[in-house]
Design a protein around this ligand. Structure first.
Ligand code: 26Y
Length: 822
């Protein structure tokens, strides 16, 4: 009943208006006479958050009371983006907020743009975690996310003279209404130190980890509203703080400065997100972040478990932990350590609990992305964990040896410790051994990890431990919110909004695919979205693009395996073809706008050169009057979640052209198709399943198959490269200086020539160009294009993250929805 006094009860525009004004005066301490957009955004956000809080409290209280089994999604990254618009939709109050904000003399759409993205992730893996939290909340699964509260999220990208430069992301410079600091929820985390033995209460000898340095983890909660439900989820993010107890004794006066510096170092632990995507740089600070993260999260989980006074053996019936890639794998030895060293369990009992608790999702097969940590580094920072990992490995290898007697090669291959100097801990193997279930993220990818990366493990465990759960995306953010006109058209056509939580209902659009009126409405929405993007490009970059042109988009992290390089090479080829045509012929072509976006890891030299080449090509092509605007190239700087919300709905075609077998799934492919964009892709990741769902006639696929790649590489190595002549002309033109000083691009071109063309650009180039021609021809027939576009959206039900999260809950977490009543 006390809640009645603080929770806003009315959602009519006048009540909302007074709540906003209330927050400007109290929360912001601002008079109405000096309100700017930012302040107005903050007051609005606070009033929305009040409305969320009720649901948050209801949910957490009910969970506390009933104590059902819960799942914890552990992820070093959550790429959430903005929260306000999403919350307004979830609470179904957007319309009234529009009016209230309008009455106060502002535009809600303007205010939404004031919010800084929560960009606590690199790319696909982090965005996937955010989509899964949305789906878990929407479907009332008692699931919490655990992560880190980085002071600086992914860097801001700026383009200077065509090159990427990086700036820090000051996302917390202003008050963040979407987090609740929990000053009372703090845990200590230890590093370094030494291992000793002690006798416990039962008189048994146990190891104990002593000494070293300690830092404190403090919790911040980010509420995750569910759509159409009273339930509200949560992501708990840890921030490192120096310990309150300042140990003066151990420092004499001369060491005072150093002791302060150490406090600062503690604080810096969670300062910055490592900006590498699919490439490990084995830095000590990163290892510390990983341990800090799992230690704080497990302490919190165990604290909650203990409140119910269940016996330890019931732990896996109350707790499921999903590890988002290997980044949280230290949770395996950490839980084993807590159970054996601190709680006094026997090794085997503890190990049984550990392996019934954890499950592990693999997101990559790229060797350079697989986490391996040097044993000496691990020994120094986490001495007790290193011992435990050795023991886990020893017991595991003993069991394997019993089944495969004398197979020393197998033991060497399957060992968690890789021999070498220095020795390395293979985190993926540790995660497999410590989990009951391992999953890949698309059908092909799961097949590949069963066939290669984890093949030896299948020999020992059998195949059932390794499953596939194809990724999904949340239809709320990626259609309902990002594409309001398409949302409304779909809702009117299907007669209800139910598709937003039951995405399979989209198949109801199929019967309208040939309907001329519906087609023209559908095309009009796409056109409007293209205008919106064209407007953004003009306003922010000064480049004019024509919304009648075919919008061809590739936005994702810049990486050699994703082959943005092949894309720009084909653009240059197109440019040269135009240059060879008569003015009359040029005017008959299908006009194209090729749009790129994405960040390169700051230390990834070749990826940065790709960005430079794109911008250099754009410079020449966009200013060449002779091609009559038949081709434009745009590199959109600082691609992030909120830009994606504008870019995705505006595509005619998008590109997902990784070398077959390298892209685990891809999720932007799903976002584009859901919004009626066609795709041009290789036979890789989720592209394959998208094709199966929407029909082969609605997808442009090309290139070699993943099981051909190995042989081709082998042949190239021993018999030399065959450079496709069409590719050779493109390279020649770059080397001739058509796009500026050719010496700049030398190292990039070498990846194709002397470098052995590892990602098979020259092999796929010809079929890639052919597909582009097919795309142009198909686009000429507007009617048939629109039909394909409708069939795309209509076939995407399967790729809802609701479906994916259900699969996790049923097959892995053994978790049921927990409905909160109002
Ligand atoms: C270890 C560290 C350097 C590291 C950091 C981030 C390694 C990998 C990553 C990120 C990986 C990632 O984003 N993988 C992507 O996951 C998506 C969600 O499953 C997939 O759709 C996508 O194909 C895959 O590249």
């Amino acid at each position: 009943t006390w809640k009645k006094h603080i929770v806003p009860e009315k959602n009519d525009p006048a009540s909302i208006e007074s709540d906003i004004v209330h927050h400007t005066i109290t929360t912001l301490c601002r008079g109405v006479y000096n309100l700017d957009k930012l302040a107005m955004y903050q007051a609005t956000a606070h009033s929305v958050r009040d409305r969320l809080l009720e649901d948050w409290n209801l949910t957490q209280e009910a969970l506390h009371r009933e104590n059902p089994k819960r799942c914890y999604y552990m992820s070093m990254e959550f790429l959430i983006g903005r929260a306000l618009d999403n919350a307004l939709h979830c609470l179904h109050v957007k319309k009234n907020y529009n009016q209230s904000v309008d009455n106060l003399g502002f535009s809600l759409e303007d205010l939404l743009c004031e919010e800084k993205d929560a960009a606590l992730g690199n790319g696909g893996l982090g965005r996937l975690a955010a989509c899964y939290m949305d789906s878990a909340a929407t479907q009332d699964y008692p699931t919490w996310g655990y992560g880190l509260r980085y002071q600086y999220g992914i860097f801001k990208q700026m383009i200077k003279d065509g090159y990427q430069t990086e700036m820090p992301d000051y996302w917390l410079n202003f008050d963040n209404p979407w987090e609740f600091p929990r000053a009372d929820i703090r845990y200590e985390v230890r590093f370094h130190g030494y291992v000793a033995t002690k006798i416990n209460e039962k008189g048994e000898t146990r190891m104990t980890w002593e000494g070293g340095d300690k830092v404190q983890a403090m919790a911040y909660d980010v509420p995750i509203p569910g759509f159409d439900t009273k339930g509200c989820g949560n992501i708990r993010l840890w921030s490192s703080k120096p310990l309150n107890t300042f140990d003066f004794d151990s420092f004499n006066a001369g060491d005072y400065e150093r002791s302060v510096a150490e406090q600062t170092a503690a604080q810096n632990l969670t300062s910055v997100l490592y900006p590498n995507d699919n490439h490990l740089v084995g830095k000590e600070l990163r290892l510390k972040q990983e341990y800090f993260f799992v230690s704080a999260s497990l302490q919190d989980i165990i604290h909650r478990f203990k409140r119910a006074k269940c016996p330890w053996k019931d732990f896996p019936d109350k707790v499921a932990v999903q590890m988002n890639d290997t980044h949280p794998t230290l949770a395996v030895p950490e839980l084993q350590r807590i159970l054996v060293d601190i709680e006094g369990l026997e090794w085997d009992d503890a190990w049984d609990i550990v392996t019934r608790t954890f499950a592990f999702t693999n997101h990559t097969v790229l060797p350079e992305a697989l986490e391996c940590w040097s044993v000496p580094m691990m020994e120094k920072i986490l001495p007790r964990h290193m011992q435990i990992i050795y023991d886990i490995n020893l017991f595991f290898l003993q069991k394997v040896e019993k089944v495969f007697v004398g197979d020393r090669d197998l033991l060497k291959r399957i060992s968690i410790i890789e021999e070498g100097s220095p020795q390395q801990v293979r985190m993926a193997f540790l995660a497999v051994v410590g989990s009951h279930t391992v999953n890949g993220v698309a059908a092909l990818h799961s097949d590949l990890i069963r066939k290669h990366l984890f093949n030896d493990f299948i020999k020992y465990y059998g195949p059932d431990k390794f499953i596939n759960i194809t990724n999904g995306i949340t239809p709320r953010r990626w259609l309902y919110q990002a594409n309001p006109d398409l949302r409304d058209l779909i809702t009117t056509t299907l007669g209800s909004e139910d598709w937003a939580t039951k995405l399979d209902l989209l198949k109801g659009l199929k019967k309208f695919a040939d309907d001329t009126k519906f087609q023209s409405q559908w095309a009009a929405v796409k056109y409007k979205n293209k205008e919106r993007l064209a407007f953004w490009i003009k306003a922010n970059m000064g480049i004019t693009v024509n919304p009648d042109a075919l919008f061809d988009i590739q936005v994702k992290r810049i990486h050699e395996y994703k082959r943005q390089y092949m894309n720009i090479l084909s653009v240059i080829y197109r440019y040269q073809s135009l240059k060879k045509m008569s003015a009359e012929d040029i005017s008959q072509q299908v006009p194209r706008v090729v749009i790129f976006g994405g960040k390169a890891a700051p230390g990834y030299y070749i990826a940065k050169l790709v960005i430079k080449l794109i911008n250099s090509a754009a410079q020449v092509i966009n200013n060449d009057k002779s091609i009559q605007d038949m081709l434009k190239v745009v590199f959109i700087p600082d691609y992030n979640v909120s830009l994606a919300e504008i870019i995705v709905p505006a595509s005619d075609i998008s590109q997902h052209i990784s070398t077959a077998g390298t892209e685990a799934s891809g999720t932007s492919n799903m976002k584009f198709v859901l919004n009626g964009g066609l795709i041009l892709g290789t036979v890789d990741g989720a592209n394959i399943e998208i094709g199966e769902q929407i029909g082969a006639e609605n997808i442009f696929m090309f290139g070699v198959l993943s099981d051909e790649v190995e042989d081709i590489r082998h042949n190239q190595k021993y018999h030399g490269l065959f450079m496709d002549p069409s590719l050779q002309v493109v390279i020649d033109s770059i080397q001739a200086g058509q796009f500026g000083d050719p010496s700049i691009f030398g190292p990039l071109i070498n990846t194709l020539t002397y470098g052995g063309d590892y990602y098979l650009i020259s092999v796929d180039f010809k079929s890639y160009l052919q597909k582009h021609t097919e795309v142009d021809e198909t686009y000429r027939d507007k009617k048939s294009w629109v039909k394909k576009s409708i069939m795309c959206t209509a076939g995407m039900g399967f790729f809802s993250s609701d479906r994916a999260v259900c699969e996790y809950a049923d097959k892995i977490w053994k978790l049921k929805p927990f409905k909160v009543e109002a």
